[in-house]
Ligand binder design. Structure first.
Ligand SMILES: Cc1cc2nc3c(=O)[nH]c(=O)nc-3n(C[C@H](O)[C@H](O)[C@H](O)COP(=O)(O)OP(=O)(O)OC[C@H]3O[C@@H](n4cnc5c(N)ncnc54)[C@H](O)[C@@H]3O)c2cc1C
Length: 401
């Protein structure tokens, strides 16, 4: 049985594994560690699971990755979302899977070869169902696009879900795991054998395995173990726009303008929209991120370029119809997460460094457990931390990150 509790102060507890961080990544990790037979304690400083970055995400998942190491995690993760109830062993949880696809669009001739190359990559990586759409075909399938749009890649299997239900589904489906909320990890004890335990504001937890799933705070948690993780945290925002505009294409996919990095998708009661500013500066990890007053207007303006229906939506908007939220992406030197043993401190493992942690969480959590139990050799794990020291890290060309 798993339980979510606010623990009383304690002297010492013992666990086979401690996971630091109760976002979707940490919770999926605790699920898989517990399913591998380890008594697991997850500690989360906030007053609930899935309340920091995970809760502000656009909640989307995709199979369209051009790098093998990312597709290796993304594809089985989508399969797990599709079979979620069976995997967690609870029939009546609804994670609200909506598989309407990701559509990457452009109106620039110069980007068409990039789309063609991406499609070839998807095919060579065994990602099924991706299509290159051009001309009339594209406009017949997606009539809401502006006439100048010339090409897109599309995969109908991509989509979005409820991160809250998914996170709590992993927690409920865990075996022999305790989820301690309102519990702050303050230190990591290390002895001659490696990790010896985690200090928290409630007491000490003795363990030989700690997994750092602290999201934007992963670098800080790394320092507790004496490591300097090469991560950058960057603010990202999204806007919910309430609208009942009759011309809104409610069945549209998650659609990305590859020219100006804007994206949108339908959402109950309206739509979500955002843009990813490539020049957004690094900011320190924070639980209290201010939103930018002009973010919604800028996102709508950018989305309206290839989506004319945004103009009548904008004409009718009142301030109370707009809600902007902010969180942080974490970027590693090659924009890919780090998964598995840190290599530097025995028993200190990582599952962090994400800009895409929602969509990667199921398989990444499983990989942590497979590596910890010896089911997978870290040499066969391309997302191992030591890839940076080995000179194997390479920035890929996956769209929108
Ligand atoms: C605007 C926006 C849109 C996004 N859209 C998507 C999307 O569509 N799809 C997608 O896959 N990703 C998306 N992302 C990224 C995604 O949200 C993150 O990659 C993902 O939520 C990371 O999950 P996590 O569990 O690692 O981190 P978090 O959800 O941040 O969880 C980490 C937890 O660790 C806890 N913690 C930290 N330090 C300590 C400590 N010392 N002791 C105890 N607890 C601690 C924190 O309180 C926090 O709850 C988006 C992000 C943003 C900001």
């Amino acid at each position: 049985m798993s339980q979510i509790i606010v623990p009383q102060n304690f002297e010492t507890k013992t666990a086979d594994a401690v996971v630091i961080g109760g976002g979707i990544v940490g919770t999926a990790t605790a699920f898989w560690l517990s399913r591998a037979g380890m008594k697991t304690i997850l500690i989360e400083k906030r007053d609930g699971l899935s309340t920091l970055t995970t809760t502000v995400s656009a909640e989307c998942f995709r199979t369209q990755f051009t790098e093998a190491s990312m597709a290796d995690i993304a594809l089985p993760s989508v399969e797990m979302f599709e079979n979620f109830n069976e995997i967690i062993g609870i029939p009546d949880i609804d994670i609200h899977m909506t598989q309407r696809g990701y559509l990457f669009v452009t109106d620039h001739e110069s980007q068409v070869p990039d789309l063609e190359k991406a499609l070839e990559k998807y095919e060579s990586l065994g990602i099924p169902g991706s299509e290159l759409l051009t001309g009339d075909d594209l406009h017949k399938r997606f009539p809401f696009l502006a006439p100048q749009t010339i090409a897109a890649t599309f995969n109908n299997r991509d989509g979005w879900l409820s991160t809250h239900e998914t996170t709590y589904g992993f927690a409920k489906g865990a075996k022999d795991a305790d989820f301690y909320i309102k519990t702050l990890a303050t230190g990591i004890q290390v002895d001659s054998q490696g990790v010896a335990g985690v200090e928290t504001d409630k007491g000490f937890i003795s363990t030989r395995l700690v997994v750092n799933c602290a999201g934007p705070y992963a670098r800080q948690v790394g320092r507790m173990a004496g490591m300097d993780l090469p991560f950058r945290t960057v603010k990202r925002q999204k806007a919910f726009i309430r609208t009942d505009y009759a011309g809104l294409p409610k069945d549209a996919p998650f659609t990305v303008d590859l020219v100006n990095h804007a994206y949108w998708r339908p959402e109950a009661g309206g739509l979500l929209c955002a843009w990813v500013d490539p020049d957004e500066p690094e900011t320190p990890p924070s639980d209290e991120l201010p939103t930018d007053w002009d973010f919604a207007a800028e996102s709508i303006h950018r989305c309206s370029r290839l989506h004319p229906f945004f103009e009548p939506v904008a004409d009718d908007l009142k301030a109370e119809d707009i809600h902007v939220s902010a969180g942080q992406y974490v970027y590693t030197p090659d924009d890919k997460p780090v998964i598995g043993p840190s290599g530097e401190i025995k028993g200190f493992h990582l599952n962090c460094g994400y800009w895409c942690g929602v969509m990667m969480s199921p398989e990444a959590g499983k990989r942590v457990a497979d590596l910890a139990t010896g089911k997978m050799d870290n040499k066969d794990n391309p997302l191992r931390f030591s890839r940076f020291a080995e000179g194997l890290a390479e920035k890929g060309d996956t769209f929108l990150k």
